[in-house]
Design a protein around this ligand. Sequence first.
Ligand code: BGC
Length: 394
Amino acid sequence: INWKKPGLFAAGVAFGTAGIKILTSDDAKKLYTNCTAAVLRAKSCVMKTATSVQENAGDILAEAKQINEDRAAEAEAEVVDDYCEVAEETEEAAETAANAAGTADVADKKVGISIYKFDDNFMTLYRQELQRYLTEDLGFKAENVVIQDGKGDQAEQTNQINNFITQKYDVLILNLVQASSAPEITDMCKEAGIPVVYINREPDEAEEQRWVDEKINATYVGCDARQSGTYQGEEILETETKGDINGDGKVSYIMIQGDPENVDAQYRTEFSVKALTDGGMEVEELLMQRGDWDQAKGQQITQDALTQFGEQVEVVFCNNDAMALGALQAIQAAGRTINKDIYLVGVDALTDAVQNIVDGNFTGTVFNDHFSQAQEAAAQAVNFLKGEEVEPVN
Ligand code: BGC
């Protein structure tokens, strides 16, 4: 464990461009967050981690050589505290949003939700928060919030959406299997007079423009993945060697990409590397491969890359934490040590990833705020139900 430099934790969420950027801690952690009471619940689990780090450090205080560890533990706890502080500050705003939404009469409204596939760590957290927020905070009846598994199959998902339409759902929240199917799906919903909120996989700009031009009740809620990509690159720049562990003047990396149906994969790939070059580093791409957001694929790709390129690999960029968790398994199996002879960054801030940062087994991650995104998606669905005007992108 490299205690000199505790793990990096950057947080990023954007509602379009309207987030609030808060710069905290001397590690230049970036928190971009929005109102969420739910983050407070995340807080307690993250806090637990920090406490255990502190306790461990406390046990071994007697030994002088542990002083560094103690300091690192404190620094880590500070980062977590920053995270929590922002969460607390935003709780109030969340309540206001819930109250505003609560004034709409939603008790008998039916919300149809389809997730591109249930077997995705991040989208699982996202859908749990959607369900919770719609029912607990916004007052929808549990039986009126139906969530379907698109199973990674667009034909299957289109069927589900057709069923929602036939059953006269009042509003749909859709995480498309193929973002490119948005025009077809939007037209189906439009014809039936059902508003639609797209999440996580952004339809292209032309489609979003069409909603404006044709006054279609459709909108997209999501994060700007350029930002999370940039933060990943910055996290590498903030390491002792700026990613150039072997000192040969360039950062040699492998890039494990998500499924390109989500534009996040392209943006994170492009902007993580751009942050490095903007920071004055030369880069060498050893390998770029699709891991489809999947842990097992992340592990396999990393294992093969380490066999092929060995010590040359200085940085493993993963478009999400699930793939980074897989990469970590391969890195450890190959006898490499994170933050010493290799760096590893992901996106999402899954609990396992945050734990790994605390343990020194991840260099960094970026908070992809599923709480705020779920709540914003729900709020826009309510806006449609209230007949309010909704921006095409939120
Ligand atoms: C998340 C990934 C997730 C993907 C699904 C991304 O924004 O970072 O973890 O698998 O969305 O589309």
